[in-house]
Design a protein around this ligand. Structure first.
Ligand code: OOG
Ligand code: MG
Length: 247
């Protein structure tokens, strides 16, 4: 398995918006796939991007069913992926973007494996994630999506609030004011704090200041240009952005 060559081809696929065929990578070991992910993220850092966060994927049945996989995955977020809340987002360089509603945690203290995850949380917020698989048709094996930094492309975080019980809050995703998905934070591993505990287990430990996306509570929907996207998490508020019209 050539880790560097795989990272290079995923990096080029993202930069040229030209997807790779899924199923053809020869990757079948998740540990190797995380090595590819690390190499891919290192390329971004070498280009001047700063690591800002950590994301979990496939923490809800809705997502697992939509994508045909059954295991939790994690990826990295950088400052280049940030979308300002209420702002505009140019998605024209992406392959086939989708958007999904998320909840975000902000760490105030180091999150260590096995420790009470709630104790490390400084704030919580509604969030939106833009995913853009670098594989044709969003078709991939579990190791392939891990290697592809879990399809990460962009994220927006709404207003931060003091830590609240996220156990069962309504989640809505609207496109141009029309309801696209509805769910509950309870869909995230039964409780989003479990996603946080999983993040600590998988990452080793996570630094204060890190943003953690817990994984979408609903399936993702295609993101077109010229669309106003809004997610609402009951009690936490809303987060929104508008994609640019085509040039
Ligand atoms: C992988 C990303 C999964 C989530 O929230 O479950 C994810 C994909 O669906 O392509 O971000
Ligand atoms: Mg996600």
């Amino acid at each position: 398995m050539n880790i560097t060559a795989l990272a290079d081809s995923l990096d080029a696929a993202a930069r040229d918006a030209r997807p790779l065929p899924g199923g053809g990578s020869g990757l079948n070991d998740p540990d190797e796939a995380y090595e590819v992910q690390n190499a891919l993220v290192s390329r971004r850092v070498a280009r001047g991007e700063r690591l800002t966060g950590f994301k979990l994927g496939f923490t809800s049945l809705a997502k697992m069913r939509q994508m045909g996989v059954a295991d939790l995955i994690h990826g990295r977020l950088t400052d280049r992926m940030e979308i300002p809340d209420g702002g505009r987002y140019d998605a024209s360089g992406l392959i086939h973007p989708r958007v999904e509603p998320e909840v975000a945690f902000l760490l105030g203290d180091t999150l260590r494996p096995g420790a009470d995850p709630a104790a490390a949380v400084a704030a919580v917020a509604p969030a939106l994630e833009v995913i853009d698989s670098r594989y044709d048709g969003f078709r991939f094996s579990l190791p392939e999506v891990i290697a592809d930094n879990t399809s990460a492309a962009g994220y927006a975080v709404g207003p931060w609030s003091a830590p609240a019980d996220l156990g069962n809050l309504g989640v809505l995703l609207e496109l141009d004011g029309r309801l696209a998905q509805a769910g509950s934070t309870a869909a995230i591993l039964g409780h989003p704090l479990r996603a946080l505990a999983a993040a600590a287990r998988l990452a080793g430990s996570l630094e204060p200041g890190t943003v953690i996306l817990a994984g979408a509570a609903t399936a993702a929907v295609p993101l077109a240009s010229g669309t106003h996207v809004r997610a609402t998490v009951a009690g936490l508020g809303t987060v929104q952005f508008t994609t640019e019209e085509p040039a």
